[in-house]
Write a protein that binds this ligand. Structure first.
Ligand code: NAP
Length: 335
């Protein structure tokens, strides 16, 4: 089969589009012809190498994919799964690993997964849309609903709202009935945030998002209910971590699932106690979350935001765009 492969860690120049042996099929496994695979914010980090995380080489990247079953292992439940069936997949195998990170990924013509990782696909959902969902949309759902409990009428500030997780957070916050202030690093991306439902947008290359929140809602007060937003979504980390404290109201919720710009930033603990902040982490998602998302896409409650759909051989071009912060939503590849 053809696959995107890296034999050593480094930059995009380490990626090869090459012939690779077809996956071996265990008795519990299903071989899938990949219909579409999407990129995530962690793909450049894995390619580069994450200290403490052992990625077996050579590695095929790509966690999130959907496709059609071509072969069933001998022990696969034939009452549930059949050749030709369209399926979505769960890339995270608790206790085993994550595809594209410690397990071979799906940026290839074929991919084998255990039957326990399969989800049936509603007819109304395309391979491209299903490939957008698992990691980014699944994590957004867990962060906004299960952990963050974002509610009608709340004011929600979303930093880095233009990526895979962020564009889903905007949609889920609007679906919950919240008022959304969404941040982008360019005017063009800010306009696109408005088009997917953000009530207010901030172009962080020219505007200060804390000042903008204070202009909209007033300055947060230690005593009293007024000022600031109820919820901040911050998976950017770095300098934004302590900076965003100044926009959060008393007893507000700060939600995080990552740290794109740095995981050990300076903080300011005074704000946490004085304003009685609730800092809430979110990690991963459940297969049930993914089923809920497939249903939400099928009935139109959410719509995956597509930046590009390219042929698989152009994986490196898409990944470079992601690194250069030129992507709005999800970048998808089709073998
Ligand atoms: N814990 C989990 O289970 C889990 C799951 C999925 C993702 N994550 C984490 O969540 C974060 C977002 O993932 P994603 O897939 O949505 O990534 P993404 O598509 O790359 O989006 C991240 C957004 O952050 C902004 N950004 C990128 N680099 C930045 C930098 N150096 N400094 C400040 N802002 C930057 C960009 O928006 P602008 O250019 O418009 O500012 C970009 O659109 C990542 O940190 C990822 O590791 C965690």
């Amino acid at each position: 089969m053809k696959a995107i492969v890296f034999h050593q860690h480094g930059g995009v120049d380490q990626l090869r589009y090459e012939d690779f042996p077809d996956p071996e099929l265990g008795p519990e496994d299903v071989l899938i012809r990949v219909g579409a695979v999407s990129l995530n914010g962690f793909d450049p980090m894995i390619l580069n190498g994450i200290p403490g995380l052992k990625t077996p080489l050579p590695m095929i990247p790509g966690a999130d994919f959907a496709g059609e079953i071509v072969t069933l292992g001998s022990a696969v439940d034939k009452s549930r799964w059949s050749v030709g069936q369209r399926v979505a997949t769960v890339p995270l195998r608790p206790g085993v690993g994550m595809m594209g990170e410690t397990l071979r990924g799906a940026a290839a013509e074929l991919c084998a997964v255990p039957q326990s990782s399969l989800l049936p696909m509603p007819d109304a959902v395309s391979f491209v849309d299903a490939a957008c969902l698992p990691t980014a949309y699944g994590t957004a759902l867990r962060m906004m609903q299960t952990r963050g409990k974002v509610k009608r009428g709340e004011k929600v500030l979303i930093l880095g709202a233009t990526g895979g997780v962020g564009t889903c957070c905007v949609q889920l916050a609007k679906l919950a009935g919240a008022e959304v202030v969404a941040c982008a690093s360019s005017a063009e991306k800010a306009e696109k945030l408005k088009a997917i439902g953000a009530d207010h947008v901030v172009n962080t290359s020219t505007q200060d998002y804390v000042k903008e929140v204070i202009r909209l809602y007033g300055k947060p007060r230690v005593w009293g209910e007024s000022g600031g937003v109820d919820v901040i979504v911050n998976y950017t980390g770095g300098n934004t971590w302590a900076e965003c404290f100044r926009a959060l109201k008393r007893d507000g919720r700060l939600l995080t699932c990552g740290a794109t710009a740095g995981y050990a930033p300076p903080t300011d603990i005074r704000y946490i106690w004085s304003f009685e902040f609730n800092i809430i982490g979110a990690n991963g998602w459940t297969p049930q979350d993914q089923i809920e998302l497939l249903d939400m896409v099928a009935d139109g409650r959410i719509k995956p935001v597509l930046h590009s759909v390219r042929p698989l051989r152009e994986f490196g071009i898409s990944l470079q765009e992601l690194i250069d912060r030129k992507v709005f939503g999800k970048a998808v590849l089709e073998p």
